[in-house]
Design a protein around this ligand. Sequence first.
Ligand SMILES: Nc1ncnc2c1ncn2[C@@H]1O[C@H](COP(=O)(O)OP(=O)(O)OP(=O)(O)O)[C@@H](O)[C@H]1O
Length: 239
Amino acid sequence: MSTPFFESHELTKDFGGLRAVNGLSFHVNEGEIFGLIGPNGSGKTTVFNLIGGYYPITSGSLRFQGTTLNSLPTWKICKLGIGRTFQVMKPLRRMTVLENVMTAAFNRTDVIAESRKKALEVLEFCGLAHRKDMTAKGLPIGYRKRLEIARALATEPKLLLLDETMAGLTPQEQAEGVTLIRKIRDSGITIIIVEHIMRVIMSLCDRILCINYGQRIAEGSPQEVANHPAVIEAYLGKE
Ligand SMILES: Nc1ncnc2c1ncn2[C@@H]1O[C@H](COP(=O)(O)OP(=O)(O)OP(=O)(O)O)[C@@H](O)[C@H]1O
């Protein structure tokens, strides 16, 4: 059997007495857009933080292209080719949009001219080139979300983790975000997306995993997951 592109095996994370992620196993195929959904507090961001190396894993394992990620530092995980955005955006507020993306591009180069070239390419790709000289703190939310994506792309990921990149956007901005995410996938980058806006998840994802209390409750095509009784119950409660 070939090695899965990305694999979580029995992933578990405890915060003191709270088990935030509980024996979670799933895999992601290369080229997929894989959705991770679940009610508030179900463990989605914690899964991203474990993949990115921000928290130590309590037990279980994570493997990316055959390499075990457990206990690797965040910068090594980034170098391996896993990039991410953050639910709470963290731009360098006083720097320009271009400088923000350049700092991320330094993940792959020490040369200023190269990081600038990469950052300009990424800004063009994300439709942000015309805002390159604005300070990050002056950007409207729609552009700030794009900047988050641009910074993650500048690290040259093979796997991109998108954490609620649509929250707070207008329907028009969401539609543009969907187009951008498809374009990213079409450029050869595999995506795991956490998102509460179901219209976005349903239209983008090839497969979806729904979790609650850190455990799998359903996995399958968008249609299968949306119609799954356990998913409906988790979101709407029992009648
Ligand atoms: N650093 C932490 N210390 C203690 N508990 C935490 C920590 N991070 C998350 N938790 C807890 O772990 C559980 C899962 O939280 P997490 O943020 O992963 O959920 P989520 O599915 O991303 O939620 P949301 O959709 O609201 O963003 C919650 O009960 C949360 O309070």
